[in-house]
Design a protein around this ligand. Structure first.
Ligand SMILES: [Zn+2]
Length: 124
């Protein structure tokens, strides 16, 4: 994994992009592809589903370690705002540019989650 640039940087502020208890939630976080300006989407439900393993299947162990190192996720294994870090790999559907995304996921009550998009990296 080679990082080209950082589209979004993490913050320790707790400011969820998705909260299950909120009405009329968006189902995904959209950002502009850094290459073609098409919209790329981070699906919130997918991040919640991956919160047990901390990553999607497309991310191998080497990249998983690199991502945790890059974001300084140490022995506490907490995301910047205090949730569970979850990484995903997404391709732009128009131009194929690859992204690694980093979200914080927290179960704040029984089966109710929030998702906060923390980081987006354009990679090669
Ligand atoms: Zn693109």
């Amino acid at each position: 994994m080679e990082i080209i640039d950082e589209i979004k940087e993490p913050t320790s502020t707790n400011d969820p992009d998705f909260t299950m208890s909120r009405e009329q939630n968006p189902t995904s976080y959209k950002f502009d592809c850094g290459t073609c300006n098409n919209q790329v989407e981070i699906d919130f439900q997918r991040q919640i589903s991956n919160s047990w393993t901390g990553k999607s299947e497309g991310i191998d162990e080497g990249d998983f370690k690199s991502l945790k190192r890059f974001y300084n996720i140490g022995s506490t294994q907490k995301s910047h705002e205090g949730g569970q870090p979850v990484f995903d790999k997404i391709d732009c559907s128009t131009c194929g540019t690859k992204y690694m995304t980093y979200c914080g996921v927290r179960e704040f009550s029984n089966s109710a989650y929030y998702v906060q998009v923390q980081g987006i990296l354009r990679i090669k």
